[in-house]
Write a protein that binds this ligand. Structure first.
Ligand SMILES: Nc1ncnc2c1ncn2[C@@H]1O[C@H](COP(=O)(O)OP(=O)(O)OP(=O)(O)O)[C@@H](O)[C@H]1O
Length: 250
């Protein structure tokens, strides 16, 4: 059984039909890239996986999203717990104006961890997993905002990992970063696949080709093609995919 099962998902922003009949299975411990031209619905789709669209007024959703077999839109779902299980990293690194330590400890504290030693362990483990520990271990009390953009993004990844999610959603996580920081994050994403299921929105087709196992190509709210990344880039089944990946539009 796939970890994430999406069936006949439709999403409307008021009158605007932004996702049209999307069905998709995502396997555990895989990296799935969502690609497509601006406005095709990639970010909207990503946000349906942890109900981030709930916060937007006038949104209507039909269809089902199951994670580990559970319908995440069922009435009795605890959305806070869902977001603990399905973490998110955004385009702009957005650390809190707090210390490096307090950023990573934030989620665990909210979920009730108060023991100093336990928090220390979580902070270290999360920063190691985010490949940032060696750079910050001596300055954990420094403000997060004093870090470079690339470090801030890895800190945000550490913050997301600190609550032990199963799934990590990433919305163009490198688009605000320089090439070296981008390469580091891409390497990190590959590393994280051992423990997490990753879904990443990217504008950058090379990035999708480099990091992902499966790629989904969206166009005007439709899922045009979804498959093995190498297959999709080298041997697309749909003419529209071919036109997009060969740079004919978008
Ligand atoms: N909060 C919102 N309210 C109304 N319409 C929205 C909202 N967010 C997105 N849309 C519309 O839904 C469609 C899909 O947007 P979405 O941001 O998901 O696309 P995208 O593929 O991620 O684009 P981009 O790459 O530019 O971020 C677009 O037509 C957009 O204008």
């Amino acid at each position: 059984m796939a970890l994430i099962e999406v069936r006949d998902l439709n999403l409307y922003y008021g009158e605007h039909h932004a996702l049209k009949g999307i069905s998709m299975d995502i396997e555990a411990r895989s990296i799935t890239a969502l690609i497509g031209p601006s406005g095709c619905g990639k970010s909207t789709f990503l946000r349906t996986l942890n109900r981030m669209n709930d916060m937007i007024k006038g949104v209507r959703i039909e269809g089902t999203v199951r994670i580990g077999g559970d319908d995440i839109y069922a009435d009795d779902v605890d959305v806070e717990l869902l977001r603990k299980r399905v973490g998110m990293v955004f385009q702009q690194p957005n650390p809190f104006p707090k210390s490096i330590y307090d950023n990573v400890a934030f989620g665990p504290r909210i979920h009730g961890v108060t023991d100093k030693r336990e928090l220390d362990e979580i902070v270290e483990r999360s920063l190691r997993q985010a490949a940032l520990w060696d750079e910050v271990k001596d300055v954990l009390k420094k403000p997060a905002l004093s870090l470079s953009g690339g470090q801030q993004q890895r800190l945000c990844i550490a913050r997301a990992l600190a609550v032990e999610p199963d799934i990590l959603l990433m919305d163009e996580p490198t688009s605000a970063l320089d090439p070296i920081s981008t390469a580091k994050i891409e390497e990190l994403i590959q590393e994280l696949k051992k423990d997490y299921t990753i879904v990443i929105v990217t504008h950058n087709m090379q990035q999708a080709a480099r990091v992902s196992d499966r790629t989904a190509f969206f166009l005007q709210g439709e899922l045009v093609e979804y498959g093995d990344t190498a297959e999709l880039f080298h041997n697309p089944r749909d003419k529209r995919t071919e036109d997009y990946i060969s740079g004919r539009f978008g």
